[in-house]
Write a protein that binds this ligand. Structure first.
Ligand code: 5GP
Length: 251
């Protein structure tokens, strides 16, 4: 059996060298962390659900022409992705006030924002991923002006896609975080959506009841996280076949 080379281990995923040049295997762990890893747990099945859900969202984005790193799912916990140079920014898009925006600006959680608001945080766990402005990004050279134009356009397209997909299954996309990466095609560089898109990195509320179906369930001790993620997967029709309740005839 060949041993794979581990490239990086993060809080929720492990990256291994991929089978072909320019590829990476992304392994989804069951580990859950919050508040910069001050709160930790292992949640049975979370990795499997996030692997499936990220596959579902990234495949849809690829299909509508929003480039992502996703190539194909390999198994229950792993997917093959394109290697890229990660831009050290967390890109957050908000449709409704929640979380740190509500705290920072004193806006009640759930207030609809006048338009989607995009924020940038500098990716550095030791600093707690601080909010930064485009001035910081330009001055410290984390991304060029062209990168920033492309990142904004990607973020808003992801928002439109994700909002629509969620709305169709009765879920409100409150906010989400994406990461982006640079890939090089000959003399050209372009930006793609990287990392993952899953209930770990989105706020998802049931439209009717307001029930939280995302990582806030873990952050705020609101119940069983796998149940919440399974509900999202069930509504989207992406649960592994064995977990899908078969339709039954009534009368
Ligand atoms: P907030 O800034 O309110 O904590 O988060 C805004 C949105 O971005 C939420 O959907 C949250 O899940 C996501 N987010 C922000 N920072 C991180 C992070 O470091 N990791 C993950 N997975 N999601 C994040």
């Amino acid at each position: 059996m060949a041993r794979r080379k581990k490239i990086y281990e993060g809080k929720a995923k492990i990256l291994y060298e991929g089978p072909e040049p320019g590829t990476i295997v992304q392994y989804f762990k069951d580990d859950a962390t919050a508040f910069n890893a001050e709160k930790k747990d292992v949640i049975d099945g979370k990795g499997v659900l996030n692997n499936r859900l990220s596959e579902f969202f990234m495949t849809g984005l690829n299909q509508i022409g929003v480039p992502t790193h996703f190539i194909r799912r390999l198994n229950m916990r792993e997917q093959l992705v394109r290697n890229c140079e990660i831009v050290p920014l967390e890109v957050i898009v908000r449709n409704y006030a929640a979380g740190t925006m509500s705290k920072r600006l004193g806006i009640a959680e759930g207030t609809q924002l006048p338009r989607p608001i995009v924020e940038y945080c500098y990716k550095d766990d030791s600093l707690g991923d601080p909010l930064v402005t485009e001035e910081h990004i330009a001055a410290f050279g984390w991304a060029s002006q062209q990168d920033m134009d492309d990142i904004l356009s990607l973020a808003l397209r992801v928002n439109d896609f994700m909002s629509g997909v969620m709305l169709a299954v009765g879920i409100r996309l409150v906010d989400f975080k994406i990461e982006t990466g640079r890939v090089f095609d000959g003399d050209f560089q372009r930006l793609i959506v990287a990392d993952e898109i899953s209930p770990d990195s989105c706020r998802l509320w049931d439209i009717e009841t307001g029930q939280k179906l995302d990582k806030d369930v873990f952050r705020r001790d609101l119940g069983n996280l796998t149940d919440a993620y399974s509900e999202v997967a069930r509504r989207l029709g992406v649960l592994p076949q064995s977990n899908v309740t078969k339709p039954t005839l009534i009368n």
